[in-house]
Design a protein around this ligand. Structure first.
Ligand SMILES: NC(=O)C1=CN([C@@H]2O[C@H](COP(=O)(O)OP(=O)(O)OC[C@H]3O[C@@H](n4cnc5c(N)ncnc54)[C@H](OP(=O)(O)O)[C@@H]3O)[C@@H](O)[C@H]2O)C=CC1
Ligand SMILES: O=C1O[C@H](COP(=O)(O)O)[C@@H](O)[C@H](O)[C@H]1O
Length: 464
């Protein structure tokens, strides 16, 4: 039997129970439960003993439960629960004692301000039990650097790092994992993957949707915390890290940590050169109250190491934009003696593109001779390679499988979680003080200020 087959068997036979705090919320209903149900139906959860959906308003789940697969519904338990209430944990303790040996998985799909109290209460409850346990914490991991440090402090009191899974669902996306496969399996790319050949890298996660009933969460958080601090910095780490010497979770995470710790720090008064924000017109009316929250954020980061010195990484994200596009564009420098330029034509940069949404592919754009021959202006041609014609697994399925297997490669380690906050903290501080948030039209590509921001570097945003 292959290593993968053995692991699968081991995992399928291990008995476990999942407790989802926030089991009445959007993430649980839209992603976590459907993934668990489909894994169960696919025979991937043989050791499942129960899925508990914890929340104050479990009545809301009645219709949901009635539509579940009949067998899976037998394992599904809505459980009325308030994470701030001691009695709730007493009742939870009685439920936990029904599972004397099973692995206990606690999944915090809660607003970040409730993480700390939930960790502390759950951690102390678990002192009464000797079951193997894991704790999964959604992003954003805290609210700022200080709260992330506090969360890590509390986690360390009750759990070992091997039991902690700080989740970032972007890392479950195969189209993002593919960045590492392309870089580290192909000399043709790795040989030119540095400051000598790359002009800049742009990472865009642009969304058409707005608040979608998540105003309570989103307005406290904003675009920088919701997307840049976690998803976009994780993509950046994959793009910039060195290959691990061995394929082990700790070695991969060590390399990501080296990238994050090499990102140039900027002071509060330099923020305008490194970051820009915006808010779509109509946000305040939709929210029904005043707010300084940004729904668009763009930042420019430099990685001060041997490979990347001087290469800007532009990261941007926003809501209510023209359409949903998640894409990485690697723009290469102009070749010396560029034929196009010698011929008086305007040369285009070579581009390597990782499409993450809505499509999952890799594209390479380069210049070729037109039918008239090499003395005419070169034309830009595109090679496109689909990642999988049959579709890809849902990101949460990949990550839940990893949690069950105990594979932490795609989860954020303690040091990584704090480094990512250190990078954006000065921006958060500066934006908190300055309440002037530029507006942009819904359906546009973001605020004019973001064009000016990148334009000052003699560049523009690229989407292909
Ligand atoms: N939604 C998404 O697409 C994604 C979400 N995430 C992350 O998942 C987490 C949850 O997000 P989302 O599901 O959207 O948020 P929601 O606002 O939809 O859900 C919040 C959940 O928290 C529960 N809750 C709030 N207060 C309490 C309390 N005192 N006691 C018990 N439960 C409580 C609510 O249950 P009730 O009111 O019934 O008590 C509800 O189940 C966030 O960290 C978010 O960043 C990450 C990726 C994508
Ligand atoms: O974590 C989040 O991600 C989604 C975007 O994720 P995707 O997989 O649909 O691209 C974003 O809409 C949400 O605001 C954020 O919390």
């Amino acid at each position: 039997m292959s290593l993968v087959g053995m692991k699968l068997r081991e995992r399928m036979d291990k008995e476990f129970v999942i407790f989802i705090f926030g089991g009445t919320g959007d993430l649980a209903k839209r992603k976590l439960f459907p993934v668990l149900e489909s894994m169960y139906k696919g025979g991937k959860l043989r050791g499942l003993k129960g899925v508990y959906a914890l929340g104050r308003s479990v009545g809301k789940l009645r219709d949901y439960v009635s539509n579940l697969d009949r067998d899976f519904a037998g394992f599904f338990h809505p459980f009325e629960f308030d994470v701030t209430d001691k009695d709730s944990y007493e009742r939870l303790g009685r439920e936990v004692s029904r599972f004397p040996k099973e692995e206990l998985i606690f999944y915090l799909a809660l607003p970040p301000q409730l993480f700390e109290t939930t960790i502390v209460h759950t951690g102390s409850l678990l002192r009464r039990f000797s079951n193997p346990r894991k704790i999964v914490i959604e992003k954003p991991f805290g609210f700022d650097l200080e709260s992330a440090r506090k969360l890590n402090f509390q986690l360390r009191r009750y759990f070992t790092e091997r039991e902690i899974y700080r989740i970032d669902h972007f890392l479950g996306k195969v189209a993002i994992q593919n960045i590492l496969s392309v870089r580290f399996s192909n000399y043709i790319f790795e040989g030119i993957w540095n400051k000598n050949f790359i002009d800049c890298i742009q990472i865009s996660a642009l969304e058409e949707i707005g608040l979608e009933g998540r105003a309570g969460y989103y307005d406290r958080v904003g675009a920088l915390r919701d997307m840049v601090q976690n998803h976009l910095l994780q993509i950046l780490s994959f793009l910039a890290m060195e290959p691990p010497a061995i394929m082990e979770a700790e070695r991969v995470r060590d390399e990501k940590v080296k990238v994050l710790s090499s990102i140039r720090k900027f002071s509060r008064d330099e923020i305008d050169r490194y970051a820009v924000r915006g808010r779509y017109r109509g946000y305040i009316q939709e929210l029904g109250r005043d707010s300084n929250t940004e729904t668009y954020a763009a930042v420019k980061l430099f990685i001060d190491n041997f490979r990347w010195e001087g290469v800007p990484f532009y990261l941007r994200t926003g809501k209510r934009l023209k359409k949903k596009v998640t894409q990485v564009v690697v723009l290469f420098k102009e070749v010396p003696g560029n034929f196009g330029r010698l011929l008086g034509c305007v040369p285009r940069q070579n581009k390597l593109v990782f499409d993450i949404a809505p499509s999952n592919d890799v594209k390479l754009f380069f210049e070729m001779a037109p039918p008239e021959g090499f003395l005419a202006c070169p034309v830009e041609r595109e090679m496109e390679l689909d990642l999988s014609p049959d579709g890809l697994p849902e990101a949460y399925e990949t990550l839940i499988e990893d949690i069950l297997e105990g594979n932490q490669t795609l989860f954020i380690r303690e040091d990584e979680s704090e480094l990512a906050w250190e990078i954006i903290q000065p921006i958060l501080d500066a934006w908190k003080e300055d309440t002037n948030v530029p507006e942009y039209e819904p359906g546009s590509w973001g605020p004019e200020e973001a064009e000016v921001f990148i334009g000052k570097d003699g560049r523009g945003w690229v989407l292909v």
